[in-house]
Design a protein around this ligand. Sequence first.
Ligand SMILES: NC(=O)c1ccc[n+]([C@@H]2O[C@H](COP(=O)([O-])OP(=O)(O)OC[C@H]3O[C@@H](n4cnc5c(N)ncnc54)[C@H](O)[C@@H]3O)[C@@H](O)[C@H]2O)c1
Length: 328
Amino acid sequence: MIRFAIIGAGRIGQVHARAVAAHPEAELVLVYDAFEAPAKALAEAYGVRHTLDIDEVYGAGDVDAVIIGSPTAMHVEHILGSVRGGKRVMCEKPVALELDEATRCVDELGDEAGRVMLGFNRRFDPSFAEIHARVADGEIGQLQQLTVTSRDPQGPPAEYVAGSGGIFKDMTIHDFDTVRFFLGDIVEVSAFGTNADEAIKAAGDFDQAMIMLRNADGALATIVNSRTCSYGYDQRLEAFGSDGALSAENLTETSVRKASASQTQAQGPVLNFFLQRYEAAYSRELGVFIDAVNNDAEVSPNVVDGVEALRLAQAATQSAREGRTVRL
Ligand SMILES: NC(=O)c1ccc[n+]([C@@H]2O[C@H](COP(=O)([O-])OP(=O)(O)OC[C@H]3O[C@@H](n4cnc5c(N)ncnc54)[C@H](O)[C@@H]3O)[C@@H](O)[C@H]2O)c1
């Protein structure tokens, strides 16, 4: 049984608490937050203790592993503190707000870096993972193009945007990791950003973005992002190769379709947001982490993948601001 602490009791902390509670080899024992109300609420929901003292997490004798879901600016401090306290760590994306800070984290971790998991949950989505495995098996020949569509149902609150690092580091970071997962190292990034949401514009960020990337072999990827989407959480993937294509469409609650005089093939709404859409992915992600803890092994994706995704986010930010392709 792996005994867990959760750092940060907000939206994603609650998602992970649920996955831990559902896993037969995992047990939640401690919740930390900088504020009493969220810490207490999450701890009480699972009948465990909470603390506002981070050193209690680092030093807890009954905690084997820590899941970090605190605001991004705190990730590096919480990773280093937990590892120094002898805990295995799974940390949410992105590693940090700035590439320098993320690189410093990897440098300070040294040999431990490969053991710190990064929460790129989409690698564990059953459909995306199947496409990846079938591409790797050569089923569609040479992979030539990857198209990643990721649109959120509604934009985050302005205070979240302010501390998020911007759309490329906060949102597209998942898609940069997906592109690296399929295409490996990227050599060129060209990004465009614009606004349809006045509140996000006022906060100095883009809410719409499109990014093109190229790997060393010439394979291309396109990422399509929006912070808002009228029909819900739009999460799709297509891999196109010399011998065919593999694609995954949006998920709905059931597969029931309606035909009428005005519509055919009409289904219910797409699953609403990350908790519902990626529930299976979070659970499989936790399973991979628990296996690594049980086997005292390295894990993938890890904090080094987090740095590489952040490198792409930084390049995209620069590309969109300067209106040019960035070569890596
Ligand atoms: N993988 C995913 O699908 C996914 C989804 C959402 C968020 N995230 C990531 O998770 C992190 C948290 O995002 P969220 O949406 O849960 O945010 P949130 O605002 O809902 O929750 C953050 C929590 O951290 C607490 N907090 C504030 N300062 C803190 C500090 N110094 N130390 C510890 N806790 C502190 C807040 O009180 C709050 O409870 C971000 O890095 C975000 O990028 C990942």
